[in-house]
Write a protein that binds this ligand. Structure first.
Ligand code: NAD
Length: 483
């Protein structure tokens, strides 16, 4: 497996080479499904980070990607996609063990990352500027330039697909990219490094470094050499990074958390809702930024919907990710305690625990699939991101009330509408404060549909053509033709 692992230690991908990273200490990676040790991962020191920045800067100055024929850049990206597909099975097993997710979901992450390289590889030669009419004495046009060095901080919930989501447009635009892997599950990204190595990505185009967020992550985003920051993670970390970006005046893309609501009208099909609820709040044990964390149901359907949701939660199979069950562990002991605490506070503030509400008594970090009903929309559980398999039901009577409840948090990532009335769906969709609205299917859309937040869910968009323009800056060239 090339130099990815040496002496039992997973290493850093430094500008095309595998290095230990000189940090002197490593990260122990644990399997949340059985609490067994999976691997040790070498951390990158400050010197290794400097080396990554130096090779990225040299790469940018040589124009290895930016001056390449755009169609050639596209072909390189298609090669990366092919290599990701080749390693998908092997990578999925590692990712499944380190993250707790199902083997199938882990494989889907690699396939999705490959799709991002295919999609953005296909548009690398279509990043077109404009010609601006200034009369016969001038020629004026715009071009899109890469920023230079893009620093990307990746979260643990979908490390491989999220890295693909940001790295692919960054490369298509011609940037050099330095990725900080998430400390809880860094191995999937080391496999991505392997695919990059096998695709012969030019040295300096990409480095993938391992380290703790408050150490390596904070250092990376504060480096004056960085030209752009892409952050996907929690609001407090995003705020911290923005403060640092303000000091160096660096453009940033923030993909943060959510507390997204499904609005279920009186004519909704409950079978459709239940299918969406299962993926919306129980996929990846609810550790999804765009999870269906709140379910607002018209009072005429409310009791029936709550009862069916509880039956669904109780019927889920539970197991280690390798067995591909419906329900898997959360990432860590810390995350499990956090989810339990916020759920038990909800009970004390009047929420009804219809099912779940506590950890499952078994080895591994399993939270019971949890349905809370009659949740006060102003309570902590209705306002704060849980990031676990817990959703909150609240009834409503009128369309206006539903919209106000859905919009009643500081977040605004996605929202959902369940109704058979498409006129109502269009009308309500326009009023919901969210970057994406799903109608009658949670997670409808795909890699080509823009995704991102409003309010504390962040700013900028990932996915789709739209995202590409987060990775370039516009230059205007104005030429006088007089004389
Ligand atoms: P987190 O903010 O704790 O960590 C995210 C990443 O930031 C990790 O790699 C971590 O090492 C790093 N980090 C931590 N402190 C840092 C610092 N001071 N400077 C630089 N980097 C630092 O978030 P998490 O727990 O890994 O992920 C869960 C959160 O991510 C949730 O809030 C979730 O909603 C959000 N998320 C958002 C999206 C989206 O696209 N909007 C996608 C996935 C996850």
């Amino acid at each position: 497996m090339s130099g990815f692992v040496k002496d039992g230690l997973a290493r850093n991908f430094l500008a095309g080479r595998w290095v230990e990273g000189d940090h002197g200490s490593c990260i122990a990676v644990e399997d949340p499904g059985n609490q067994e040790h999976v691997a040790d991962c070498a951390q990158a020191s400050e010197g290794t980070l400097s080396a990554a920045l130096d090779s990225a800067r040299a790469f940018v100055e040589r124009g290895d990607l930016s001056d390449l024929q755009p169609s050639e850049r596209g072909r390189l990206m298609i090669r990366i996609a092919q290599e990701i597909r080749i390693i998908a099975d092997e990578g999925a097993e590692l990712l499944c063990r380190e993250s707790g997710k199902t083997l199938e979901a882990a494989r889907d992450e690699f396939l999705e990352a490959a799709q991002y390289f295919e999609y953005y590889g296909g548009v690398a030669d279509k990043i077109e500027g404009k010609s601006i009419p200034l009369g016969p004495d001038y020629a004026d046009y715009t071009i899109f330039e890469p920023f230079g060095i893009s620093a990307q901080i990746v979260p643990w919930n979908f490390p491989v697909s999220i890295a693909g989501r940001s790295l692919a447009p960054s490369m298509a635009a011609g940037n050099a990219t330095i990725i900080k892997s998430p400390e809880l599950d860094p191995l999937g990204l080391a496999m991505l490094g392997l695919a990059l190595e096998r695709a012969d990505v030019p040295p300096g185009a990409v480095s993938i470094l391992n380290g703790i967020g408050s150490d390596l992550g904070a250092r990376l985003v504060a480096c004056p050499e960085v030209d752009q920051i892409v952050f996907t993670g929690s609001v407090p970390t995003g705020q911290h990074i923005l403060r640092s970006a303000a000091d160096s005046v660096v453009p940033s893309l923030m993909e943060l958390g959510g507390k997204s609501a499904a609005v279920v009208f009186d004519d909704a099909d409950l079978d459709t809702l239940m299918t969406s609820l299962q993926s919306g709040i129980f996929y990846n044990a609810g550790q999804v930024c765009s999870a269906m964390a709140r379910v607002l149901v018209h009072r005429s359907l409310y009791d029936q919907a709550v009862e069916r949701a509880a039956a669904l939660a109780e019927g889920l199979t539970v197991g280690h990710g390798m067995e591909n069950p419906d329900h898997t562990p959360v990432i860590s002991a810390r995350q499990l305690s956090r989810i339990e605490t916020i759920t038990s506070t909800a009970r004390h503030s009047g929420a009804r625990v219809v099912t779940g509400g506590a950890r499952l008594e078994r080895t591994g970090y399993f939270m019971a699939p949890t349905i809370l009903a009659d949740v006060d929309p102003t309570s902590e559980i209705a306002q704060e991101e849980v990031f676990g398999p817990v959703t909150c039901f609240t009834p409503f009577d009128t369309e206006a009330e539903a919209i106000a409840l859905a919009n009643g948090t500081e977040f605004g990532l996605v929202a959902g509408i369940f109704t058979r009335d498409l006129a109502r769906a269009h009308r309500v969709a326009r009023k919901l404060r969210a970057g994406q609205v799903f109608v009658n299917e949670w997670f409808a859309g795909g890699i080509s549909t823009p995704f991102g937040g409003v309010g504390k869910s962040g700013f900028g968009r990932e996915k789709g053509l739209e995202a590409l323009y987060n990775y370039v800056r516009t230059k205007n060239i104005a030429i006088s033709l007089k004389g």
